[in-house]
Write a protein that binds this ligand. Structure first.
Ligand SMILES: [Zn+2]
Length: 81
């Protein structure tokens, strides 16, 4: 019986069309995409002073950071010779 209750709970929270208006907050990313966050996540991000950005922007920012780090560590081949 417990298993069934858990499964139903999971389904109702897991579907995209289920949005609890009390907890879900919609914010626009700089690129115009909508980010769905619940209030707890949003407060956490704001308290950490993290930018609210969508997955796409986050991924592209991270890959840009990695490229910059690679450039710093690799340097130019002529250097140091
Ligand atoms: Zn974005």
């Amino acid at each position: 019986m417990t298993t069934i209750a858990v499964a139903m709970d999971h389904r109702s929270y897991g579907t995209i069309d289920y949005v609890d208006p009390g907890n879900m907050m919609k914010v626009y990313c700089n690129c115009g995409r909508i980010i769905g966050l619940d209030a707890a996540q949003m407060n956490l991000k704001l308290s950490l002073r993290k930018d609210l950005e969508c997955t796409y922007c986050r991924n592209s920012r991270i890959s840009r950071d990695i490229e910059e780090l690679n450039a710093i560590f690799e340097g130019t081949p002529e250097e140091g010779i």
